[in-house]
Design a protein. Sequence first.
Length: 194
Amino acid sequence: GPSIFPATSLGLRIWAQPLSTVYFQGVVLDGVPGNPHDHRGTHVKFDKEDGALVTAELGYLVGADESPTQLFGKYALGAWFYTTTFEDLIDVDENGEAVKRTGNRGVYALAEQKVYGENDDPAQGLALFARFGIANGNLNQFDYYLGYGLVYTGLVPGRDEDQIGFAVSRAHNGTKYKQLMEIESGIIAEGHDI
């Protein structure tokens, strides 16, 4: 599908499915797509300092044929990594400048399983899903994320592809980000600009 971000990124994606139940995919994307200072139009610009975003995912598929006896499921593990340096949220060097760090990376797991398929059309029914991810708390606001929910496809007669769902998610602010907010709120309370 289309990108959910304001500017799409040029990249290279590979997909391999050595078995009907196992797949691997990976992608390398421009680390800063477009021109952040000019959101109009398409800008393809490669800058070494922008780096690249590299992701890889290994997945296991169940019941891809959506038969009444074997409902669809997908279970996957993935990892991502930025190839450039980022400023630490809190740590500074002897000159008071933010420490530059590499290692902006994370891992994630996801699971999706249809638990009920309607007899006349197994593509309709109830599916459960869950997602969990961890990121480097030195460089990112969120150090982990958890989301889960359910989706029913074809609940309304005659609307076989319509979906209705319910989800709960939690993005956890990391320790360094919370410290940064305490520091900035103290500065604001004293009447200083940030």
